[in-house]
Ligand binder design. Sequence first.
Ligand SMILES: C[S@@+](CC[C@H](N)C(=O)[O-])C[C@H]1O[C@@H](n2cnc3c(N)ncnc32)[C@H](O)[C@@H]1O
Length: 182
Amino acid sequence: MAGDRRNAGPQWSAAPFLGFCLAGGQALARYLLDRPALVAGRAVLDLRSGSGLVAIAAAMAGAGPVTAAEIDPFAIAAITANAALNGVEIALVADDLLDAPAPHPEVVTAGDVCYEAPMAERLIPWLRAQAAAGALVLLGDPGRAYLPKTGLVACATYPVSTSREIETGDVLETSVWRVLPG
Ligand SMILES: C[S@@+](CC[C@H](N)C(=O)[O-])C[C@H]1O[C@@H](n2cnc3c(N)ncnc32)[C@H](O)[C@@H]1O
């Protein structure tokens, strides 16, 4: 019984964290679906893909090939299931990619990746290098603590509905930013 399980071990939230697309990813997905010309026919790499929503939106907007990079096995399972449910093809790379030879995709996306310093400090210079190599680099972010203060161009802002189980409000003003070269 549920009551027995609650008493027997850790308390689990009802929020399916890795299946729940964070605000940054939701804004980025909306942005791509509304502007398919940005990605149609272009190679897209979605870093820290989570649920895969951004990669799926890119594929639905006509991008190809679309690659999702993610290291968490539950997220990888979610991306695989979500891509199949939405009838799109996503190539999965179960790797960080930041230490590998740079792949130079035409478009790089990253949803909600500035919530902790170690991640942002590694990722932002890598994203800037991709922009310097000619990629369109897009970041979705609701104002997380480690979002860079400079070197970004605001592209769009959305009120994104989210859950108080993981955020401080029901709606987060969330922007899509173009990352400029370093
Ligand atoms: C805050 S979630 C964002 C997920 C998604 N982009 C979104 O907007 O909902 C960050 C994701 O990064 C993944 N991640 C963390 N460190 C990583 C790494 N070194 N390489 C690849 N993925 C990583 C986590 O497993 C998690 O799914």
